[in-house]
Structures are given as C-alpha cells and as structure tokens.
Design a protein around this ligand. Structure first.
Ligand SMILES: *[C@@H]1O[C@H](CO)[C@@H](O)[C@H](O)[C@H]1NC(C)=O
Ligand SMILES: *[C@@H]1O[C@H](CO)[C@@H](O)[C@H](O)[C@H]1NC(C)=O
Length: 130
C-alpha cells in the first residue's frame, strides 16, 4: 500500500515536472554523452575517455562538478567512480585509467553533475584469467 502510494506520488511529480518543463527555463544540465558509444571497446589498464556535447547547456549550471561511474545491469558503481572532481562546463571530456572489471559487452557509463545521464552499452575487455 505504502509502495503504491509512493509510486503514484512519483508519477504525479513526474507528470507535473514534464508538463511544466517547456514553460520554465530550467537550469538542470544533462550533457549528452558522445563517447563511449555502442561500438566502443575499452581495455583494462588503458586510458578511457568520456566525451559530451554541451550545446544545450543552460547559462547557469547548478552543479558543474562531474562524476563518471560505471553501470552494469542497471546498477551504478558509485563507490568506485572512474573520474570525479572535474568540470562538466569547462571541458567536454575526461580521461582516466580503465579499472580491472569482468569482460562484458553491456557496460554503460553514467555522467553526473546537475543530473545523471547514461551512455549506450559498450564493451570492456579484460584478461579475466588474471
Ligand atoms: C557502429 O558501427 C556500425 C558499423 O560500422 C555503424 O553502422 C554505426 O553507425 C556505428 N554506430 C555508432 C553509434 O557509431
Ligand atoms: C545567471 O546568473 C547571472 C548571475 O547571477 C544572472 O544575472 C542571470 O540572469 C542568470 N541567467 C539565467 C538564465 O538564470
């Protein structure tokens, strides 16, 4: 019952937000991730680069501090960010060393700042025998 109530509340809040979005100038910045894409393969220990397009950036970004985390099966590994403490406003890319993770073809990265934003799924290859 409580769960249902929360779900309804969430839906109403979402509808309200959606309905009001075109009217108000909202400062929430959701940078569009341009890399990695579905054709990307990262290898453990190499340098990974995440890039984003800032053409739709509002004038005043509430939280320009970026965090990149890895996402697997819908779960974000927020305990081990791939990169953090960079600006999503002053730059349009961030590079970091790719950690040792199981080889999979369904990773995503999430770029946080003002809001969270997912990449398409892509591959990370590691030497799993190690
Ligand atoms: C991925 O590669 C295929 C085949 O080369 C290409 O058709 C497609 O546009 C590429 N997708 C992206 C997102 O670059
Ligand atoms: C952005 O912030 C500046 C300085 O506080 C302010 O003058 C300007 O009106 C703001 N722009 C928007 C679109 O809110």
């Amino acid at each position: 019952m409580v769960f249902l109530f929360h779900t309804l509340y969430f839906l109403v809040a979402l509808l309200t937000l959606t309905a009001s979005a075109p009217l108000a100038t909202r400062d929430v910045y959701i940078p569009h991730i341009t890399a990695p894409d579905t054709n990307t393969t990262w290898k453990c220990g190499e340098i990974g680069k995440v890039t984003w397009d800032d053409s739709r950036r509002p004038e005043n970004v509430t939280n320009p501090e970026g965090i990149v985390v890895l996402r697997k099966e819908g779960l974000e590994d927020t305990e081990h960010p791939l990169a953090s403490g960079f600006s999503t406003v002053d730059s349009q890319s961030v590079s970091f060393k790719i950690p040792g993770v199981p080889t999979r073809n369904d990773y995503q990265i999430v770029l946080f700042g003002d809001s969270g934003n997912f990449s398409p799924v892509f591959t990370i290859k590691c030497d799993d025998s190690a």
